[in-house]
Design a protein around this ligand. Structure first.
Ligand SMILES: Nc1ncnc2c1ncn2[C@@H]1O[C@H](COP(=O)(O)OP(=O)(O)OP(=O)(O)O)[C@@H](O)[C@H]1O
Length: 293
């Protein structure tokens, strides 16, 4: 049984459709990534899954129930990290954790969780005196405090320095390995590649692409870059010339690389620059964002 099933979900704000009839499922233990440009509908989708908003149309099942109707029983089984935590600034970090623990049915030891997010040394500091990145890590600590089987993370590492981001990635990967199911939104494609088993790219409220990283990347052509700009006749239709270079677009990277190099050897052509690279998640993302499918 899936942990999350979304069927025909739409969310509208007055006449504006922010989420437009989307379908997806998340299996137990999976880390599912929602990607998309600003305003694509990621947070609007997450809020429905978290039970914070009602769908305008469609159905959502989370942990076998309806996240709004069954909120009282489901809420303690979910960890939620909102895009803006909004924790009271006058409490200390440890007081905040204590307060938060009151909402959890099975709270973990607060100091151990603070240690996991590298905030134990700030336990007696007021929330209002934390840096932006430290506040974000406290938001994460609150989401982890319940030891939940399902965690929603809305841009978990925004505002973190590179080292803290890596530490959070390691922590989330460990959680995933322990069987926790996660749904996360992020603008960091590297984060999505590192953490997510499957990705969904939203654009203007619709799902443009969904699948594993390998499946997504396969939808876009690979490139072979050559200098001087000489290619066999058989590849002329795939070639784009840029100054001294030519870029050959291909869906058969290995075969075409062999073919071009064999042709070069037979014809006495020596390439001073040669690079063969598969498409990246960034290529996929940008082609969707720019409306090229
Ligand atoms: N309360 C609201 N009233 C009206 N429109 C809203 C409201 N909340 C969100 N929207 C609009 O819905 C669209 C989707 O917003 P949402 O926050 O879900 O996008 P997002 O993908 O999470 O974006 P970001 O990456 O910028 O966080 C946006 O165009 C936004 O302006």
């Amino acid at each position: 049984m899936n942990i999350i099933d979304v069927r025909g979900l739409s969310r509208t704000y007055k006449k504006f459709t922010a989420v437009d009839s989307i379908n997806f499922s998340v299996a137990p233990g999976e880390c599912y990534g929602l990607l998309g440009t600003n305003g694509a509908g990621k947070t609007s989708t997450l809020e429905v899954l978290e039970g914070l908003a009602a769908p305008s149309a469609g159905t959502v099942e989370v942990l076998g129930g309806d996240p709004r109707r069954d909120r009282v029983t489901l809420r303690p089984r979910m960890g939620i990290m909102l895009q803006r935590g909004g924790l009271p600034s006058g409490l200390t970090v440890r007081e905040t954790m204590k307060l938060w623990a009151g909402t959890c049915s099975n709270p973990q030891p607060a100091d151990a969780v603070l240690d996991q997010v590298d905030l134990l040394h700030k336990a007696d500091t007021k929330v209002g005196a934390l840096s932006g990145g430290e506040q974000r890590r406290l938001d994460l600590a609150c989401a982890l405090l319940g030891g939940s089987e399902l965690i929603f993370l809305d841009e978990p590492t925004t505002g973190l320095d590179p080292e803290s981001r890596r530490n959070v990635w390691r922590l989330l990967r460990e959680l995933k390995e322990s069987g926790v199911t996660m749904v996360l939104t992020t603008h960091y494609l590297e984060e999505a590649e590192y953490l997510c088993d499957r990705l969904c790219i939203l654009h203007r409220g619709r799902i443009e692409l969904e699948g594993t990283l390998a499946e997504l990347v396969e939808t876009r052509a690979s490139e072979i870059v050559l200098e001087p700009a000489l290619v066999p006749e058989t590849h002329a239709s795939q070639a784009i010339y840029e100054g001294d270079r030519v870029i050959v677009h291909t869906n058969n990277l290995v075969t075409d690389t062999h073919g071009i190099l064999a042709w070069a050897q037979d014809n006495g052509v020596t390439y001073t620059h040669f690079a063969a690279r598969p498409a990246t998640l960034e290529d996929v993302f940008l082609s969707i964002a720019e409306g090229v499918k």
